[in-house]
Design a protein around this ligand. Structure first.
Ligand SMILES: [Cu+2]
Length: 148
């Protein structure tokens, strides 16, 4: 009986580890996540602001999303007027700073988007120095964008 109760407590403890433990706020948070979705055949761009609340740089080194098939980190480069995108392995978020993924800069490239305008879909960010962070991304169409 005692054993069973301990097991229950252990499972509860494990279940809580996925979220934010009380008294230990997530070192990285996100705001304003959104996708610009055009059509299923065209990769969708994802944009968000990531905030590092720690006294050390945190390295973003991956992104994944079920509704993207494959998701990647990209950066847009403006080479004499021709916009070109390169894959990015990792990017640092400065201590007590933020990294904005935005049009013309770093962004999430959602390779096989299976989403609809108006939906909110989860995107998971992976860091070398912090737990994974799941961020809700609102899906906007070509002619829309967040008002903020
Ligand atoms: Cu891209």
């Amino acid at each position: 009986m005692q054993k069973r109760r301990n097991l229950g407590a252990l499972i509860l403890a494990l279940a809580c580890m996925g979220g934010t433990a009380a008294g230990a706020p997530n070192p990285v948070t996100a705001s304003h996540g959104w996708f610009r979705y055009l059509m299923a055949q065209i990769p969708a761009g994802g944009f968000v602001a990531l905030h590092n609340h720690t006294a050390n740089p945190v390295t973003l080194n991956g992104v994944s999303a079920a509704s993207c098939g494959m998701a990647m980190l990209h950066r847009s480069e403006d080479n004499s007027g021709t916009d070109r995108m390169v894959m990015v392995r990792s990017v640092a978020i400065p201590a007590h700073g933020r990294l904005r993924l935005k049009s013309g800069s770093y962004h999430v490239m959602c390779m096989q988007p299976t989403m609809r305008v108006g939906q909110t879909v989860p995107v998971i960010f992976h860091f070398s120095d912090a737990p994974d962070l799941t961020v809700p991304f609102k899906v906007y169409g070509a002619d829309q964008r967040p008002t903020k």
